[in-house]
Design a binder for this molecule. Structure first.
Ligand SMILES: [Zn+2]
Length: 184
């Protein structure tokens, strides 16, 4: 993968503090030194409904709890999405900007303004973001398609995982049960 290192864009900042997220949501490791980590942030229209950062170590731990079959299915789902593959080629020569990387659903290609809910996910190293196929935006519709290919057991694991991370209010439960793009 061809990475461009860029300063962390403010769209991935801690919404309340308005600065880069400092800690892993699970193990509380300080992330801004030299850790590899991912940030997932969900929006309803422009409102942030949840956000978290997870260090590589914690993601790997989580991955071990998900069946290999489901991980493979998630991976294959992304790999077979034409839009997603085209996008990678298209972005290769561009300098990072929020609009090109996050302006539309990477799967359905729908513009963000048309989406009811969407999730963005990015990959980071310390105080830099690694731009490649990440970061990307994905609509809840695309996550629903992905979810329909997963076993009941994995769906449950995904739900439990997010529940452990952040306590959702009841009206957010729907998006909480969607698979986390971090694992794709
Ligand atoms: Zn961690």
């Amino acid at each position: 993968m061809n990475f461009k290192k860029v300063d962390i864009p403010s769209i991935f900042y801690d919404t309340v503090e308005e600065k880069p997220i400092e800690k892993c949501q699970l193990c509380e490791a300080f992330l801004l030194s030299d850790h590899y980590y991912f940030i997932e942030k969900a929006f309803r229209k422009t409102e942030v409904i949840y956000e978290f950062a997870l260090c590589y170590h914690c993601i790997n731990k989580m991955k071990k709890k998900i069946s290999k079959e489901s991980l493979k299915k998630m991976e294959n789902y992304m790999k077979t999405q034409e839009g997603f593959l085209e996008r990678e080629k298209e972005l290769n020569s561009n300098d990072y900007n929020d609009q090109d990387w996050l302006g539309r659903c990477a799967i359905t290609q729908k513009d963000k303004s048309e989406l009811e809910e969407h999730v963005i996910v990015g990959m980071f190293e310390g105080n830099q973001m690694l731009a490649s196929i990440f970061p990307y935006a994905i609509s809840t519709n695309a996550l629903e398609n992905l979810q329909s290919q997963l076993s009941e057991k994995t769906k449950e694991e995904m739900g439990n995982f997010k529940n452990d991370l952040i306590k959702p209010s009841p009206e957010l439960e729907d998006i909480f049960t969607k698979p986390s793009p971090i694992f794709v």
